[in-house]
Design a protein around this ligand. Structure first.
Ligand code: ZN
Length: 200
């Protein structure tokens, strides 16, 4: 089950529809499949399957969709998985302004990072009434694998295999995300804010 609240809830669900290919509707803070059943076949199968799995699961994934961050000085943040001292506001906050910023720089990366957030939140999700899981690092590593699959779906390029796995890390002020032998993204930050994306 996916519940979306916050001032930008509808916009978040519209982005999720666009990125996953599902036609989704938001009713009473719960995301459901539209009865039209229309699916865009040109989006990532991995992201489509992940969204489908979440919507059919008894576990609850909760997202609070805001526009800008409560603290603009915090720089670029797609979301706040935990309550973050830099980002006062509810845990599970997702910042639509930052999603749109990524989308303008790289539509593929916007889908990839949406997948990251959803995989992480889904892995942390429990049936109603139970607190979300806290094995953040494990969830994060799985989420990077999901990123690689989504990028591979959209770009038709292979993911790392064998001993090599998808990874991300900072190199100075550049965030490097490596998904496969010829799939590497570089996110350029200036004063904490995302300025440019170099893709494969
Ligand atoms: Zn993460």
């Amino acid at each position: 089950m996916l519940q979306v609240r916050g001032p930008k809830a509808q916009q978040f669900v519209d982005l999720l529809s666009a990125y996953s290919g599902w036609t989704l509707v938001l009713v009473n803070a719960t995301v459901t499949f539209s009865t039209s059943g229309l699916i865009n076949p040109f989006e990532s199968q991995t992201l489509q399957d992940l969204v489908g799995e979440i919507l059919r699961s008894p576990n609850v994934v909760e997202v609070v969709a805001s526009g800008s961050k409560p603290n603009p000085a915090a720089g670029f943040f797609f979301d706040a998985f935990f309550a973050n001292p830099m980002l006062p506001g509810p845990r599970g906050s997702v910042y639509v302004d930052d999603i749109l910023k990524v989308q303008n720089l790289s539509p593929v990366l916007a889908r990839v990072l949406m997948g990251h957030v959803l995989r992480e939140y889904f892995l942390a999700s429990y049936p109603p009434g139970q607190a979300p899981g806290r094995a953040f690092f494990q969830f994060h590593v799985s989420a990077i694998e999901t990123e690689a699959q989504i990028a591979s779906d959209l770009m038709g390029r292979p993911v790392w295999t064998g001993n090599r796995r998808a990874w991300e890390g900072m190199s100075g002020t550049i965030n490097v995300r490596s998904y496969g032998p010829n799939m590497r993204f570089q996110l350029y930050f200036t004063a904490g804010d995302l300025r440019a994306v170099k893709g494969p």
